[in-house]
Design a protein around this ligand. Structure first.
Ligand SMILES: Nc1ncnc2c1ncn2[C@@H]1O[C@H](COP(=O)(O)OP(=O)(O)OP(=O)(O)O)[C@@H](O)[C@H]1O
Ligand SMILES: [Mg+2]
Length: 582
């Protein structure tokens, strides 16, 4: 379907509003025609037959006409514009709906700012188009047609002369429209650059301040803003050229009409009142024609935005539920990797990984940075699908069950402690939306978060800023742990934060984690010695391959990679008496 067709399709549900608006605008347009038509008999009556009643009634007639026009205009404006806004609201909801289910892969390759610009600024650009399509086609179109009727009725030859200029004017409108469309497209892309830059600035403000990058950021922003202005300037130029060009071309038509019409009146082929009526219709027609032309430019510039919006709406996630996917039933919580290989792009990041996590076991993943630990655990909730092999949970391939039922069974505590702009209680409730206050408090207690939450001014109702700026690193971690505890899922994925915590906080996070790991099949990317010591199996990953596995004691005896890592990474901390990161 064409982009324009799709835009119109979004307006369909609001046909009743559009119909009211059409009727109002048809009346308006017809009135324009009637007005131009009536000029002739009225002038004739008043001046030729000196009809005084008509003369005294005329001012009231004019007022009445304009009251009707005002009413019609209101109905038309109100219903058309609300129909446009409703259609745009649906587009916005649709683009959000499709964005949110897109794969992580998509989010990894597109900037947040760029995505936001699509939802906000491209949809905004499209809105212009939708309102214009509807307004112009109906209101100005009808009014132009009714006036055209008057013109041809009055004198078809003169009408033809008046419209000799139409092809020229249409051609120039087309050329200008094309330029405007291209510029609008580039403008929207620049706007996306601007929003990316904004988003990065605001979310990375700490780094910017720490490294004194304010000046540099500002210069970059100003450069993009300047480029944006330059595009807009050109677009304004073409927009401003558009109306005078039409006017100039129309003036040729008017001149021709005056010349031809004047001589017809002189030769007695046409009466002077008919001629005035004709000229009135022509002048009245000028406005809808001009706005149809402006509307055309507007539509051109919003089509580009619409194309980008529909591109996202049409995007299908690669990782989706299989047609006959059932729900995942967990009986034991046994997770098995069968010859799993995986690559993000061309290079394999995991190769032939086979392992089996028995019921309620703790599997610790260790190994050098970039070895593939985070990648391995992100395959379990299907953030990505395995390239080869399979992951089986309690006998079901995870690709054969619904994603919803899969993630319901998994609690994730990530290195990035993501908190939302909401109250502390609600941040914990992300684990289980219908949890009672008691459940939230129990989870917070088990996560050793209750104490500091209670000391906050509003306790559990304290709102935290966007990214939990008012909490310490350890406190944020404990909120995330409470969230996972509340979810109470049989499978736990834990990417231990590597950031250094003070001894006190570290201890509490550790105790909270110990509480969390009880009774769950756990995959933990371990940076703490105590976690490794408690693990049932330690898997050592290097370059995407399992190079060693076993218990702590077995691996130390082997004196392989693990024992080297252990002496490097963990031993001094063990000697230190606490398990802090260096
Ligand atoms: N989204 C991605 N797209 C492409 N390549 C990626 C992506 N994420 C990770 N990689 C690559 O995959 C490899 C494994 O990365 P991964 O994050 O799994 O390592 P890790 O063992 O968790 O490391 P660390 O201990 O530093 O967290 C690395 O070479 C990395 O560059
Ligand atoms: Mg990692």
């Amino acid at each position: 379907m064409s982009t324009l067709g799709r835009i119109i399709k979004y307006s369909k549900p609001y046909w009743l509003r559009i119909l009211v608006a059409i009727i109002a605008s048809a009346t308006l347009g017809a009135m324009d025609g009637a007005f131009a038509y009536l000029v002739e008999p009225l002038l004739k009556k008043i001046f030729a037959t000196k009809d005084l009643t008509i003369f005294t009634l005329l001012p009231f007639g004019v007022i009445l006409l304009f009251i009707l026009r005002a009413g019609g205009r209101f109905l038309n404006d109100y219903y058309l514009r609300t129909a446009g806004e409703l259609a745009v609201r649906d587009v916005r909801n649709d683009i959000y709906k499709s964005s949110i289910v897109l794969d992580l892969k998509y989010y990894n390759t597109n900037t947040t700012g760029g995505m936001m610009s699509r939802v906000i600024s491209d949809v905004g650009g499209m809105q212009n188009g939708i309102s214009n399509v509807i307004t112009n086609i109906f209101r100005d179109g009808i009014s132009a047609v009714s006036l055209l009727g008057v013109l041809f009725y009055r004198n078809w030859m003169l009408a033809l002369i008046a419209f000799i200029v139409i092809p020229i004017s249409a051609y120039s409108a087309k050329i200008i429209g094309k330029r405007i469309k291209r510029l609008a497209n580039e403008g929207q892309l620049k706007m996306a650059d601007l929003s990316s830059h904004l988003q990065e600035t605001f979310s990375g403000i700490k780094v910017i301040k720490a490294f004194g990058l304010e000046e540099r950021s500002l210069t970059h922003f100003q450069k993009v803003a300047e480029e944006f202005y330059e595009l807009i300037r050109k677009s304004i130029k073409y927009n401003s050229i558009s109306a005078p060009t039409t006017e100039m071309i129309t003036s040729l038509g008017i001149a021709a009409v005056i010349w031809a019409g004047g001589s017809m009146v002189l030769r007695g082929i046409m009466t002077s009142t008919e001629f005035f009526s004709f000229i009135t219709a022509m002048i009245l027609m000028y406005k809808p024609l001009k706005s149809l032309n402006g509307g055309y430019n507007n539509v051109q510039s919003s089509l580009g935005a619409a194309i980008r919006v529909f591109e996202i709406i049409d995007k299908q996630p690669e990782i989706a539920d299989a047609p006959e996917a059932g729900s995942l039933k967990i009986s034991q919580g046994v997770i098995e990797f069968q010859n799993v290989s995986f690559r993000y792009n061309d290079e394999y990041v995991l190769q032939n990984v086979s392992l089996r996590a028995e019921r309620k076991q703790i599997i610790a993943l260790v190994g050098p940075s970039g070895g593939g630990k985070t990648t391995l655990v992100s395959l379990i909730p299907r953030f990505y699908d395995v390239t080869e092999g399979a992951i089986i949970i309690d006998g079901s391939d995870i690709r054969s069950v619904t994603k919803q039922s899969l993630v319901q069974q998994i609690a994730l505590v990530d290195q990035e402690t993501t908190l939302f702009n909401d109250t502390l209680a609600n941040n914990i409730r992300y684990g289980k939306f219908d949890a009672t206050d008691e459940e939230v408090i129990t989870a917070a207690k088990d996560a050793f978060a209750h104490e500091f939450i209670s000391q906050m001014p509003d306790g559990y109702n304290t709102r935290i800023g966007d990214r939990g700026i008012r909490l310490s690193g350890g406190q944020r971690q404990r909120i995330c742990i409470a969230r996972a505890l509340l979810k109470n899922a049989p499978i736990l994925i834990l990417d231990e934060a590597t950031s250094a915590l003070d001894t006190e906080s570290e201890k509490m996070v550790q105790m909270a984690l110990d509480n969390l790991m009880v009774n769950r099949t756990t995959f933990v990317i371990a940076h703490r010695l105590s976690t490794v010591l408690h693990a049932d199996q330690i898997i050592v990953l290097e370059n995407g391959c399992i190079v060693e596995r076993g218990s702590h004691n077995d691996l130390i005896k082997n004196s392989g990679l693990y024992s080297r890592l252990h002496s490097l990474q963990f031993s001094e901390r063990a000697a230190d008496g606490n398990n802090n990161q260096p």
